[in-house]
Design a protein around this ligand. Structure first.
Ligand SMILES: NC(=O)C1=CN([C@@H]2O[C@H](COP(=O)(O)OP(=O)(O)OC[C@H]3O[C@@H](n4cnc5c(N)ncnc54)[C@H](O)[C@@H]3O)[C@@H](O)[C@H]2O)C=CC1
Ligand SMILES: CC(C)(CO)C(=O)C(=O)O
Length: 320
C-alpha cells in the first residue's frame, strides 16, 4: 500500500489522542505513543471511535509504547495529547523526534506550549472544546462539543513563510479529515479563553462529582464569579486580550451556552480524580494563583481551590 502523506505522530494518546488518531488516519499516516493496554486492544480489534465525530474502525494505526520502538523518521506533525502534568516528561522522552518536526499541543491549561517550545523548532498551539471518553481499551467516544478546534502558531503568527506554510498545511489536513477548525492569529488569547471554562468547571465538578450542567447551581455563583474575576485580572496583567469585555459577559456565556453544550458529561479532571491520578490544577487555577502572586494580585478563590484539589488528589490516591 503506498504511504499516505503527511505523517503524524501522536504523543500521549489517551481519550483525546486516540480520537484524533482515528479521524486523521483518513488522510495521513498516523502513529501513536500510547499505553500497552490500548496498543494491545488496537492490534487485536482495531481502533474504534464512536459518537459525534462519526463511527470509525481503523486497523492501520501504528502503536508504540516506548521511545526505543520508534523508527528513524521525521514526522511532519507531532501532536501532544498527554496531560499537562506529563508534558515535560514526554517531551524529554521523545526529544529526538521533537527536534525535527512541527509540534502541536492539543492539551488543556496554560504553559504547555512554552515547555514544548524548548524541544521543537515550531509549535502550534491548540484548544479543543470537545468532551472525549473511553468505552473500553482502544475504543474512544466523543460525547459533545461547544466550539471548533482553534489553532495558531505559538506564541504568535510572526513565523517565517516556511513556518506559515507548515501551519496552513496542518489546518488543511484537519479540514480534509472533517474536523471543524478555526485558525487563530492570537493563540495565547485562545488558550486563556478556553482555560476560563476549565478554571470555572473542572475542579468544582471533580470535587462535587457533578456533571458540567450542575455548575449552573445558584450556590456556586459567588465561587465561579470569584474564580473568573481573578482570572480576568491576571490575564490583563499578562497582556492577554480576552474576547469578552468583562468577567460578567464571560459568565453569561458560560451559563447560557457552555454549561448546556456539555450538559450531562463530566470534565477530564473528574476522571483524573476518580482514577487516583494527578490533575492539571497547576496549569489552570494554580497558574492563576501563582501568576497573580507575581503581579501582587490577590487570588483567594483560585488559591483556595488549588489547595483543595491538591488535598483531594492526595486523599484519592490513598483511597484508590
Ligand atoms: N478528555 C476530554 O474530554 C478533554 C481533554 N482535554 C485535554 O486534553 C489532554 C489529554 O486529555 P485526555 O486524552 O483526556 O487524557 P488521557 O489521560 O486519557 O490521555 C493521556 C494519555 O497519555 C499517556 N501518557 C502520558 N505520558 C506518557 C508517556 N510518557 N508515554 C506514553 N503514554 C503517556 C497517559 O497514560 C494517558 O493514557 C489534557 O490536557 C486534557 O485536559 C481537552 C478537552 C477535552
Ligand atoms: C471542554 C471540557 C470541559 C470537555 O470535557 C474539557 O476541556 C475537559 O473535560 O477538560
Amino acid at each position: 500500500m503506498p504511504e499516505k502523506s503527511p505523517s503524524v505522530l501522536i504523543l500521549g494518546a489517551g481519550a483525546v489522542g486516540l480520537s484524533f488518531a482515528a479521524v486523521l488516519s483518513g488522510h495521513s499516516e498516523v502513529s501513536v505513543v500510547c499505553r500497552e493496554k490500548h496498543a494491545k486492544a488496537i492490534y487485536e480489534k482495531g481502533l474504534e471511535l464512536s459518537g459525534i465525530w462519526g463511527e470509525h474502525l481503523i486497523r492501520e494505526i501504528i502503536c508504540y509504547t516506548s521511545p526505543d520502538m520508534l523508527p528513524e523518521k521525521n514526522y511532519n506533525y507531532t501532536i501532544i495529547t498527554a496531560k499537562g502534568t506529563d508534558t515535560e516528561n514526554i517531551c524529554n522522552e521523545y526529544s529526538k523526534v521533537l527536534r525535527d518536526t512541527t509540534a502541536v499541543s492539543f492539551q488543556n491549561g496554560i504553559g504547555n506550549e512554552d515547555i514544548i517550545g524548548r524541544y521543537s523548532p515550531l509549535v502550534i498551539g491548540g484548544t479543543v472544546s470537545t468532551n472525549f471518553g473511553f468505552v473500553s481499551d482502544g475504543h474512544v467516544i466523543i460525547n459533545s462539543q461547544s466550539d471548533p478546534v482553534k489553532t495558531g502558531i505559538y506564541p504568535d503568527i510572526q513565523g517565517s513563510s516556511k513556518e506559515t506554510d507548515k501551519f496552513i498545511s496542518f489546518i488543511a489536513l484537519l479540514k480534509k479529515c472533517g474536523i471543524e477548525v478555526r485558525e487563530s492569529d492570537d493563540i495565547r488569547a485562545e488558550i486563556w479563553s478556553k482555560s476560563l471554562l476549565n478554571i470555572a468547571v473542572n475542579p468544582l465538578a471533580a470535587i462535587l462529582k457533578a456533571p458540567i450542567k450542575k455548575l449552573g447551581d445558584d450556590d456556586l455563583k459567588e465561587t465561579i464569579s470569584g474564580l473568573i474575576n481573578e482570572t480576568f485580572l491576571v490575564a490583563e496583567a499578562e497582556g492577554i486580550d480576552l474576547p469578552w469585555e468583562d468577567p460578567d459577559s464571560y459568565i453569561s456565556y458560560l451559563k447560557n451556552y457552555q454549561l448546556n453544550a456539555f450538559g450531562d458529561v463530566y470534565p477530564s479532571m473528574y476522571y483524573d480524580i476518580i482514577s487516583g491520578k494527578r490533575t492539571e490544577i497547576d496549569l489552570l487555577n494554580g497558574y492563576i494563583s501563582k501568576t497573580g502572586h507575581k503581579y501582587g494580585i490577590d487570588t483567594p478563590y483560585n488559591t483556595c481551590i488549588t489547595n483543595l484539589m491538591h488535598c483531594f488528589e492526595k486523599s484519592r490516591r490513598i483511597l484508590f
